[in-house]
Design a protein around this ligand. Sequence first.
Ligand SMILES: [Zn+2]
Length: 297
Amino acid sequence: MNNLTINKPIILSIGLVLLLILISGCSQPASEIVEEEILVEYIKLTPADFRTRIAEAPIAYLPLGTLEWHGEHLPLGSDGMQSSSFMKDLARQAGGIVLPMLFLGPDMMMTSDEQELYGMDFWLSLEEGLTYMTPQQLDGSSYWVPDSLFHQIMDHSIKQLARAGFKIIVAHGHGPSTRHVITHWKEWEEKYNVLIYTCWSWNIRGENDQESSEISDREGLGIMTDHAAMNETSLMMYYYPDLVLMEQLSPDTAQWPLAVAGRDPRLYASAEQGQKAVEFQLERMTILLRKSLAYIR
Ligand SMILES: [Zn+2]
């Protein structure tokens, strides 16, 4: 009895906190809807929405994600989060529909002491280039599929998208997945009568945006051009500031963060740099896609 009396105020406080959480939770979707007045996500569209958007611009965006170690400071889903967010911005500007992120992807693979290691597990890198270090399984990575299976997933996805009426497909994200698209774009274009793009500055279809490419390469303004280093960390800081935990990295810059490849994020990453990259690439990609739309019509 005595315990009950003591706990009453605590129970009341917990009740109040839960009520506040419930109230703030209820208001959340409304603010999201206001922010996303233009619905661009495939999963949220009704058939009527779909018909309208595809008639305006038959562009499908496929974010190539992973569930992969991105340093101690970034979320495991960083690849799909960056590509999805950029693609949603691009779809609002250039038209089109954004697919859900694909979390399976290819990567380099090796076997060490009967253990399978993938990508960054054994390409643990130092600044300005990759340096071979002691291989180890990195916490949280869970995405790898062989090239042949990824090829099938992409092949069937593109076939289905072409069947649904899309004429342009932008597939971008995780490096090895994007490189796979670059290797096979021509085959898919011929097979399914679509145009295929990635978002890297050098574009695969040979159209001339040389000047933009040079600027973006020089100033580090690409979309996902390193691994958890300056570029990816800046993009995450811009899109998801609350999810980037720089304090998880050692402040001693003589100590290189585990499995981070590119320029040191502690010295060079910022939300401003991320915003600059996004704005630059939004403009560049919008021009390319509008030219493409004019070409197919
Ligand atoms: Zn990444």
